[in-house]
Ligand binder design. Structure first.
Ligand SMILES: Cc1cc2nc3c(=O)[nH]c(=O)nc-3n(C[C@H](O)[C@H](O)[C@H](O)COP(=O)(O)OP(=O)(O)OC[C@H]3O[C@@H](n4cnc5c(N)ncnc54)[C@H](O)[C@@H]3O)c2cc1C
Ligand code: FES
Length: 257
């Protein structure tokens, strides 16, 4: 069932330059699975998809962490506590709970990092060993939520393109190292497509690899086909809708061109 909601902003934080985290009060959104998203009305009535960075079921609150990249996110980031947002959600298919007996690594880039924090907060403590979080960004100022991942019990590895924090370069080397140490390990990743391609290439068919895509969207509910990507449908090559078939997919469902 599609839920159209009016949700009040109750808190606003600025976790990094050009970013805002908006906490909203909503019993319905707090039922979301990590990896699902909200489609939020912005300026000019256009909706924009934003993932949940935190899901607090007991207090009926969720957080939306967004980076300002255009008019819609600029408008959203400028909203203050007391404002009511017009939201559709929770939408899409989220992550499944990881196998608690296998090592677990989450790999995030840019605004792909926030939904992985929600996943770690939901399931990290149920695992037999602490999860690893590999976080990538261009620059140290754009590494989101590293302290929050540590506070959730993760071993955190950071990669920055310019080497200002952690490994210099992309997430490729830290992930390659982790995969070598954990041949049975499972990987959840969210971020830009080149990063997800790297994760798919390095994990090379291993089971338990989930990828969350940030495709541009139109309707958000499966009707307009603006978000389709190549993938396997009933075993044959075809197209998948990111908004309703995903945004979280098993790596083996996707065809990267
Ligand atoms: C399932 C899902 C979850 C998302 N979660 C988050 C989140 O938690 N936090 C967050 O900040 N953003 C998230 N995004 C991306 C966010 O929806 C876009 O940044 C936003 O729609 C841009 O709107 P705008 O009006 O500000 O920019 P626009 O004016 O629409 O675009 C500005 C620039 O950003 C590019 N752009 C717009 N949308 C995307 C996109 N989806 N992927 C890559 N580039 C894009 C455009 O090509 C353009 O160059 C998510 C996207 C999806 C599909
Ligand atoms: S955004 Fe319309 S079908 Fe996915």
């Amino acid at each position: 069932m599609i839920q159209l909601l009016q949700v009040p902003i109750i808190r606003r934080e600025e976790p990094a330059p050009g970013h805002a985290e908006l906490w909203v009060q909503s019993e319905e959104l707090a039922e979301a699975k990590p990896g699902q998203f909200a489609d939020v009305v912005t300026q000019g009535m256009l909706r924009r998809p934003i993932s949940f960075s935190r899901i607090d079921r007991s207090n009926h609150q969720v957080a939306l962490l967004l980076q300002v990249v255009g008019e819609g996110t600029r408008w959203l980031a400028a909203q203050r506590p007391g404002t009511t947002l017009d939201v559709m959600g929770p939408l899409g298919k989220g992550f499944s709970a990881p196998d608690p007996h296998r090592a677990w690594c989450v790999v995030g880039g840019g605004v792909g990092i926030p939904p992985l924090l929600a996943a770690v907060e939901a399931w990290g403590s149920q695992l037999s060993s602490p999860p690893t979080a590999i976080l990538g960004a261009r620059d140290q100022s754009l590494i989101l939520l590293a302290e929050e991942f540590s506070a959730s019990g993760c071993v955190v590895a950071v990669a920055t393109d310019n080497g200002t924090r952690g490994h210099r370069g992309t997430i490729e080397e830290p992930l390659r190292e982790w995969l070598g140490l954990h041949p049975e390990g499972q990987v959840y990743a969210c971020g830009p497509t080149p990063m997800l391609k790297t994760v798919a290439r390095l994990t090379n068919g291993r089971q338990g690899v989930s990828l969350a895509l940030e495709q541009r969207m139109g309707c958000g509910i499966g009707a307009c086909l603006a978000c389709v990507i190549p993938g396997y449908v009933d075993g044959a090559a075809g197209y998948l809708r990111v908004c309703t078939d995903g945004p979280v997919f098993r790596a083996e469902e996707l065809i990267f061109e």
